[in-house]
Design a protein around this ligand. Structure first.
Ligand code: DAT
Ligand code: MG
Length: 147
């Protein structure tokens, strides 16, 4: 079963969107297998966003993601990596479609509410970076046959 890493960023936490965001993924039919509130250190932020370290916005990105607590989650389901990116919406909220999380709640590219892994490889890397295996609970929902 596929898993992905999703994270409500500090702006989403401050704006009270944790519940709304969890609700969207639950309603879609995905299963929450891990979740925790976390203050990210600069070191963890630099590792998590390592692929962007040469980009001009890297410093601002690290400042922002460490500026307040995040809500880190692991979600499970068929094609959850690709599907959750669709629910999250385009990186720049200006271009994100209405109905997506960024399209409905975001304004600026630097503060776009939520992070979602973009590939199998990054999902595995990010899950391992934020969670230990005993923090992830494997269980079956009885309504699985209906999803
Ligand atoms: P995504 O979060 O959609 O995977 P990404 O991996 O390209 O997007 O970039 C990571 C984050 O960096 C993104 O969520 C917001 C920030 N970012 C991306 N492009 C930016 C830009 N041009 N200016 C400022 N921040 C940017
Ligand atoms: Mg990305």
């Amino acid at each position: 079963m596929e898993r992905t890493y999703l994270m409500v960023k500090p702006d989403g936490v401050q704006r009270g969107l944790i519940g709304e965001i969890i609700s969207r993924f639950e309603s879609k039919g995905f299963t929450l297998v891990g979740g925790k509130f976390k203050q990210i250190s600069r070191e963890l932020a630099e590792t998590h966003y390592g692929e962007h370290k040469e980009r001009p916005f890297f410093g601002e990105l690290v400042d922002f993601i460490t500026s307040g607590p995040v809500f880190a989650m692991v979600w499970e389901g068929d094609n959850v990596i690709k599907s959750s990116r669709t629910l999250v919406g385009a990186t720049n909220p200006t271009e994100a479609a209405p109905g997506t999380i960024r399209g409905d709640y975001g304004v600026h590219v630097g503060m776009n509410i939520i992070h979602g892994s973009d590939s199998e490889e990054s999902a595995k890397r990010e899950i391992d970076l934020f969670f230990t295996s005993d923090e992830l609970i494997t269980y079956e929902k009885t309504l699985k046959q209906w999803i």
